[in-house]
Design a protein around this ligand. Structure first.
Ligand code: URA
Length: 274
């Protein structure tokens, strides 16, 4: 029978197994929990589970979407694994050319491949989610996290985490054009929120947006008659880019909590700060 794409996979799995559905919508499942805890990335975890290498509470578990809870005891290849993982956030300096996607049809490469190439072996065990997207030709600050709720927080239209960009543009924008960028203009998907906008040089504009619509900077600058030549992201929240291209660093707890305004929410697998 065809699956209903709206039904979460963990819920389908729980129904198949005729298990009680965990209360609340914040269910967690085995493969995802292993990826978050840094045991192994999700795809590898799914394979290990299907191969019968993973035990849950003393029994081999072959369902990647099997629910896990606080206190679930998991072993991989006989070794106990802690599922309690704190939120980890990496700041990566994205080079131009690579895509923020799982695969690259043009064969240049993905930002995930670039990140993995510079991570220590220990950190390659995590599933790293990109926090939002940057276009292939955009450079600059891209955050990665092991916590999907962090992604939801930072990219939610309600949160309004500011993102600071610097664009080199065609022509020389007038004060009037900058005022329009600042006050908001109408794009084909609706009006933009008021933004920070200022000229740094005759053809260089700084924009601070509190929303993240598709190609928004390029569309806003094109709308005032100054198409973007190059685009660079300098900051997200109060976190500024400070590592060389192609490298990364961890955010501190203060940067996560104050700089990005992210507070952890307890979850069924019992993870918290750490
Ligand atoms: N706005 C754009 O147009 N492109 C980006 O990569 C990011 C914001």
């Amino acid at each position: 029978m065809a699956r209903n794409p709206r039904t979460p996979r963990w819920l389908e799995a729980a129904r198949r197994r005729k298990e009680p559905v965990p209360e609340g919508s914040r269910a967690d499942w085995l493969a995802r929990a292993l990826g978050r805890a840094g045991v192994m990335p999700r795809a590898e975890a799914e394979q290990a589970i299907r191969e019968g290498r993973v035990e849950v509470d003393g029994r081999v578990e072959r369902e990647p979407f099997a629910p896990v809870h606080a206190g679930t005891v998991v072993r991989v290849d006989g070794q106990p694994c802690a599922l309690e993982a704190g939120t980890r956030v990496l700041l990566f300096h994205k080079p131009a050319g690579v895509v923020v996607a799982g695969s690259d049809p043009e064969g240049i490469g993905t930002v995930f491949e670039r990140l993995r190439a510079v991570l220590s072996p220990e950190l390659r065990g995590y599933e790293w989610y990109a926090v939002g997207r940057l276009d292939r030709d955009t450079t600059g600050l891209l955050l990665f996290t092991n916590e999907e709720r962090m992604v939801a927080h930072a990219t939610s239209p309600e949160t309004h985490v500011p993102k600071r960009y610097v664009a080199e543009v065609e022509g020389e924008p007038s004060e009037e054009a900058v005022r329009k960028l600042r006050e908001g203009l109408v794009l084909d998907d609706g009006p933009t929120r008021p933004a920070g906008a200022r000229l740094l040089a005759p053809s260089r504009v700084e924009l601070v947006l509190t929303e993240g619509r598709h190609h928004q900077v390029k569309r806003m600058l094109a709308a005032v008659g100054h198409p973007v030549r190059t685009l660079h992201r300098e900051a997200v929240g109060e976190v500024s880019l400070d590592v060389p291209e192609g490298s990364y660093r961890f955010l501190t707890e203060a940067e996560v909590h104050e700089g990005l305004q992210f507070r952890e929410i307890p979850s069924p697998s019992g993870r918290g700060s750490g």
